[in-house]
Design a protein around this ligand. Structure first.
Ligand SMILES: NC(=O)c1ccc[n+]([C@@H]2O[C@H](COP(=O)([O-])OP(=O)(O)OC[C@H]3O[C@@H](n4cnc5c(N)ncnc54)[C@H](OP(=O)(O)O)[C@@H]3O)[C@@H](O)[C@H]2O)c1
Length: 226
């Protein structure tokens, strides 16, 4: 796959390198061509680097790591994103004292409004960069969920495959509006990691347990709640 990284900071550098290790063609984009090239040189694995515009032109799949900045500002035009898969890994800034308000309209939906012809997939916003250092082994032993939300089923499948290749357990959470939940979940894990001091290797996973052999509590009854 040809993958363009828009903004090659912690997330871009890490995911781009992991996908390059899996044999994908990766292009690191930055605000200056020089910086993008430097990152590619540093990360190796036949990666290339240059401007964000060059990265957007290069990739069929793009990772957007530039929090809250309209891609039209970064790329001059969003035409280059038309028809491409645009992975949104962003979370809002952490408010003072972790005084989060519930997210009612997600960064992913804002991105979709700004780039209406791109196929936006929310993913990778619920784990810290440090977790990528464990990829693909021993990460693949630990059932770490990558929650996916998006309106294009094929795009989500592609991102699920990219997540699986690097040791994660992808989980389809439905349409893009579910990114609201996923961004709230991103806030929750950051509260645990930083606010509650659990550290960057704390992660979120959905587990499926075996059914009880005997429902001694009477099993689930029809609810009387309105
Ligand atoms: N770090 C984590 O553990 C983590 C985990 C989950 C989700 N996230 C989310 O992922 C996103 C990226 O986080 P990060 O840690 O990778 O941040 P980062 O290291 O600061 O990288 C962000 C990149 O954005 C670029 N950028 C910033 N403002 C820009 C602008 N106006 N125009 C063009 N490029 C701009 C910078 O590019 P230049 O290099 O060209 O200056 C920088 O490389 C955030 O939304 C964050 O909440 C982070």
């Amino acid at each position: 796959m040809k993958i363009g990284i828009l903004g090659s900071g912690n997330m871009g550098r890490s995911l781009g390198t992991l996908w390059a290790e899996q044999g994908h063609d990766v292009f690191f984009g930055a605000r200056t061509q020089e910086k993008g090239r430097q990152i590619a040189e540093q990360m190796g694995h036949n990666t290339q680097g240059g401007t964000n515009i060059e990265a957007a032109e290069f990739g069929d799949v793009l990772l957007y790591t530039i929090r809250g900045v309209n891609p039209a500002e970064v790329l001059s035009t969003t035409d280059v994103l038309n028809g491409k898969i645009l992975i949104d890994c962003n979370n809002f800034e952490i408010p003072a004292e972790f005084a989060y308000e519930p997210i009612t309209y997600s960064l992913a939906e804002i991105l979709a409004d700004q780039a209406p012809n791109a196929k936006i997939v929310k993913a990778f916003n619920t784990m810290a960069q440090e977790v990528f250092e464990l990829s693909p082994q021993p990460l693949d032993q630990h059932n770490v969920s990558v929650f996916l939300a998006g309106d294009d089923a094929t795009a989500k499948q592609t991102v699920a495959q990219l997540a699986q290749e690097i040791g994660f357990s992808p989980l389809d959470c439905g349409p893009l509006r579910q990114a609201r939940l996923l961004e709230n979940l991103g806030n929750f894990i950051r509260l645990m990691i930083i606010g509650q001091g659990m550290g960057s290797y704390a992660t979120l996973s959905v587990q499926t347990l075996p059914s009880a052999t005997q429902e001694r509590l009477g099993g689930r009854q029809l609810s009387n709640l309105k």
